[in-house]
Write a protein that binds this ligand. Structure first.
Ligand SMILES: Cc1ncc(COP(=O)(O)O)c(C=O)c1O
Length: 422
């Protein structure tokens, strides 16, 4: 969604003009992006591996497969995420166990602790809406119970947790580059790991034939991966996008800091800022407010141009139709819910099972940041938040609410004409 300009068009055109659309043999953009993104994520570590793929969904699937998750395993996922977090678990042949989020709208560590059972093998914390999950608490619980941690950083490209990039803290991390993400090529995904062995498994999952081009470690036994190789056009666009990313994230962090500071006094009338686990480091793609009632959240959200987290229509577990209906695959014999190995896994889904999450989500309002906002627009957003809070919480007259225009004026700010290569 974010910012795509002439530099991306030029990069894609170059690949087409050169006829170098395939990453192996003729290309080089995907290789270059993988190396650069691995550097960016790890701060230049020699043990950093990135493998591109076609989507965040497939990145999660490949990460689970590489981690050895499969039939007989339960994987804990939060009640609020895009359904791919759960469907990737099914694609690996395992069973998702859905647990509550807390007021930070990320996985509640207490809910994880309570959910761990004899079959639980892994947990997928999701850095939802760009905000970091409570990684210290999750890692501590995971270590105590011997769980694999796979981070879903699909919505958190460019963010960190206390100085470590999101997606690099667990055993593996998955990213999405679809249209709505901080870094985009329309579609795309990637897996990060610091283990060369796991990376080999991820690569096999993404492209069963990559050994033909890349060579193969002695002793590695390939398996039948699905095939989800990225194109050079994606690689070329992402090489430009990666140059934009740090400036965009910094800009969103500044914007959110200013908005949260300006609206902090509204705590006195009941406008609570949602807790964050790494406010100085995350992507700052949104500011979050927790309202006391759903009615107040509705009014506040309308006037402040926000989005109610629980009302996006696709991010609550109650909206993951295939999962709740236990349709884990097209063919019944490929459906993990029918595998004898999964007979003891807990799949007793019920729309009511995480009502605490639904209550929090219906009262949480997301205010999107935009790196192109100029200072006047940031002030206008803070002004509108105050007006909205006074109507929603103090009962001020809605018809006299004077709202300001917040459309970004500085549209050229990040529309780079050209970007340095390296
Ligand atoms: C939290 C989360 N996980 C996974 C995905 C899947 O990514 P993709 O759409 O690239 O398959 C998304 C994408 O919307 C997401 O938001």
């Amino acid at each position: 969604m974010y910012i795509v300009g002439e530099a991306e068009a030029e990069a894609a055109a170059r690949v087409i003009r050169e006829g170098a659309l395939f990453r192996y043999g003729v290309g080089g953009e995907c290789d270059r992006f993988e190396a650069r993104y691995a550097d960016y994520l790890s701060g230049g570590s020699a043990d950093a591996h990135v493998t591109m793929t076609v989507s965040g969904t497939y990145a999660l699937t490949a990460a689970l497969v590489a981690a050895g998750i499969g039939p007989g395993d339960e994987v804990v996922v939060p009640a609020h995420t895009y359904m791919a977090t759960a469907t990737a678990v099914l694609a690996a042949g395992a069973i998702p166990v859905i647990v509550d989020i807390d007021e930070s709208i990320t996985l509640d560590p207490q809910a994880l602790e309570e959910a761990v059972g004899p079959r639980t093998r892994a947990v997928i914390p999701v850095h939802m809406w760009g905000t970091a999950a409570n990684m210290d608490a999750i890692l501590e619980i995971a270590e105590r119970h011997g769980l694999v941690v796979i981070e879903d950083a699909c919505q958190a490209v460019g963010g960190s947790y206390e100085g470590r990039r999101l997606g690099t803290i667990g055993l593996l991390g998955a990213y999405s580059f679809n249209y709505y993400k901080n870094m985009t090529a329309g579609e795309g995904g990637a897996v990060y790991t610091s283990s060369a062995d796991l990376d080999q498994l991820v690569r096999c999952s993404v492209d069963p034939c990559h050994f033909y081009w890349d060579g193969r470690e002695e002793g590695f036994t390939p398996f039948a991966g699905l095939g989800a190789r990225a194109s050079e056009i994606t690689g070329a666009i992402l090489n430009v996008q990666l140059d934009r990313l740090p400036g965009m994230v910094e800009s969103m962090r500044t914007e959110r800091r200013q908005i949260l500071e300006a609206t902090q006094p509204l705590e006195a009338i009941g406008l609570t800022q949602s807790p964050m686990h790494s406010p100085d480091w995350d992507c700052a793609a949104h500011a979050f407010y927790l309202l006391p009632t759903t009615e107040a959240a509705t009014i506040f959200s309308e006037l402040a141009s926000g989005v109610i987290a629980g009302k996006t229509g696709r991010h609550n577990y109650t909206e993951w139709d295939q999962v709740l209906a236990k349709q884990g695959a097209a063919h019944p014999q490929m459906n993990p819910f029918n595998f004898p190995e999964n007979a003891e896994c807990r799949a007793d889904y019920d729309p009511e099972m995480c009502v605490r999450s639904l209550d929090i989500l219906d009262r949480t309002v997301l205010i999107p940041m935009d790196p192109r906002h100029a200072p006047a627009e940031v002030e206008a957003i803070a002004h509108n938040i105050e007006v909205a809070a006074r109507v929603a919480l103090e009962g001020r007259d809605r018809s006299s609410a004077e709202l300001r225009d917040t459309t970004p004026l500085d549209r050229q700010k990040f529309d780079l004409a050209s970007v340095d290569g390296d």
